[in-house]
Design a protein around this ligand. Structure first.
Ligand code: CCH
Length: 289
């Protein structure tokens, strides 16, 4: 017979929309890049999750292992400490949310608030308490490489060609920093707005190799102000990727729908689920009345 004292306490429900709103409040930042912390939050959520390996079932956003060395020092994660530090006050205000949920929620918030699609989101990630759970280096894509490398990396996570192209459409946002990746410049003229412009720019401009001492990258011939990585160009050059680039350039609704599904899938990689969990659809702050 189960005594009353043995009945497990109902876990405290967390108001995730409230935390979403708090993250939305710290996105605008006039001292940062193009005036928004959004792009670097998206990159944090992606690099936390994109270490997943479907065969060994290791890596992924569960654990928030990027807090620890060596994962925090992996070359691919250069600059993401800024993002983690900017989210720390939100963690202090809401100690009940795990870092791993907070980082993935920050990615969702940033995409939605910058005008992107609603991303269904599920909480429940648990933080690891030691560096032993860190993902090995080399699991995130190398921007200097071509289609076969991109496929190796994303197939390992469980994505197909269509999902890969949709996900890289996030490069509508943000920019490359010489002191982080070594590359330089934004992909689009509106780096704080989530649109399909990564695809329209990729197809619509003439891209030439940038003449400089830095790593190989492309700039647009006309203005020299926009950039593409070799890995971005690969999407246009590969015969199975390219049809998706063309579809998403023409049809932003299709892009939004596919991106939302693929980004949700990315954030779920490696998280134990029963299928009974509540799925959240957050209200954007400009429509919360
Ligand atoms: Fe990315 N990305 N990314 N990326 N990325 C960089 C910046 C951002 C690659 C390389 C780079 C995705 C896929 C890929 C963002 C989101 C996503 C940078 C510059 C490199 C290099 C970093 C710097 O210097 O600060 C490569 C290669 C691939 C795939 O092959 C995916 C998937 C996503 C999300 C869904 C965002 C956002 C940024 C801008 C960050 C910022 O700080 O502005």
């Amino acid at each position: 017979i189960l005594e009353k004292t043995q009945v497990p306490l109902k876990p405290k429900t967390i108001d995730y929309q409230k935390i979403y709103n708090q993250i939305a409040d710290i996105l605008e930042d006039n001292d940062w890049d193009d005036g928004s912390n959004g792009p670097v939050f998206v990159r944090l959520a992606w690099h936390a999750a994109g270490t997943y390996d479907k065969v060994s079932k290791t890596g992924g956003s569960n654990g928030a292992t990027m807090r620890f060395s060596p994962e925090s020092d992996h070359g691919a994660n250069a600059g993401l400490k800024f993002a983690r530090d900017k989210l720390e006050p939100i963690k202090q205000k809401n100690p009940e949310i795990s870092y791993s949920d907070l980082w993935s929620l920050a990615g969702v918030t940033a995409i939605q608030e910058m005008g992107g699609p609603t991303i269904p989101w599920i909480p429940g990630r648990k933080d690891a308490d030691a560096a032993t759970a860190c993902s090995p280096d080399g699991r995130l894509p190398d921007a200097t490489k071509g289609p076969s490398h991109i496929r190796d990396i994303f197939y390992r996570m469980g994505f197909d060609d269509r999902e890969i192209v949709a996900l890289v459409g996030a490069h509508a946002l943000g920019r490359c920093h010489p002191d982080r990746s070594g590359f330089d410049g934004p992909w689009t003229a509106s780096p704080t707005m989530f649109t399909n412009s990564f695809f329209t720019e990729l197809l619509g401009r003439k891209w030439v190799e940038k003449k400089w001492k830095g790593p190989k990258q492309y700039i647009d011939k006309e203005t020299g102000e926009l950039m593409m990585l070799p890995a971005d160009m690969a999407l246009m050059q590969d015969k199975n990727f390219r049809p998706w680039v063309e579809k998403y350039a023409k049809d932003d609704e299709l892009f939004f729908k596919d991106f939302a599904a693929a980004f949700h899938k990315l954030l779920e990689l490696g998280i134990p689920r029963t299928g009974e969990e509540k799925v959240y659809h957050f209200k954007k702050t400009d429509e919360s009345s």
